[in-house]
Design a protein around this ligand. Sequence first.
Ligand code: NCD
Length: 319
Amino acid sequence: LGPHISPGFAMNFPKNIIKLQELTREQLSDLFSLADNIRENQEKYRHSLDGLVMAAPFYENSTRTRWSFEAAMRRLGGNVIDFAGPEGTSIMKGETLSDTIKMASGYSHVIVLRHKYDGAAELAREVSNIPVLNGGDGKNQHPTQTMLDLYTIKRELGSIEGKKVAIVGDLRYGRTTHSLLIGLSMFNAKATLVSPPTLKMHEKHKRTAEQVNPKFKYQEETSLDKALWDADVVYMTRIQKERFPDQQEYEKVKHAYVFRKEQLEKLDQKSIIMHPLPRVDEIAYEVDKDPRAAYFRQAENGLYTRMALLQKVLGEREQ
Ligand code: NCD
């Protein structure tokens, strides 16, 4: 599993969460069980991280990831260093990422980093002496999102194994889709990658998914409607406007896929619709009231998976 797995942690849980492939299926399943346990026994965990501090330097915008991590830390008794963006910090004076991380690692016990550059979390791990959790690095990965995505599939459908998941939209720049593909591979699910030809997923993520499970099966498709008929999960994503080097290219694909009432009619009654959120126009509001619309339940699951993650990384330390 590589050098980053710290044997000093209970259940051999990794100290840092940088890329999904550094975790095992067993570790993820264990995390999901803990998330369930925390959800059902919140009182028991209210002081489990008393006295510990989380720093969450988020260099990119965020609502769910930052709020749910902060709420998770506080609900476990911990504290957070306020950081709503580079404004107001010495980053505006030119302080580097590595200096900022070194400072944060002296003041806190865990760092959750979001950054616009691929590999930023990897760099942070190198300079930090406390755990680093990747809250999204550029167009690369978003492993803690995948934790809540997989947990949602398991909760909603009973299991992940064998499920057919259509991942739809911006597979080129959308980091949530990259770590999700790897996670689906670990759990032996099947994926249909639905995107316009210009927004296909980069080969390297597909190779990683195949490496973690050589039996993993995925197919590629351009039509949402064709992918719907046998999908257990439809995972819609936002076209990542801010990551396009050329705004004209964005204009061409910005309305590529929209899930409306007519798509609901094509979807099996037992299937679910997910989205990491924020949505722009990929899911019409009329879909929200359908019980198969799972995206707000999915976002709420982020709280419990992140409580479980913080508990694993900080609370189960050998003293
Ligand atoms: C995603 C992200 O930041 O990658 N948001 C999230 O964390 N839930 C998806 C997006 O921004 O489109």
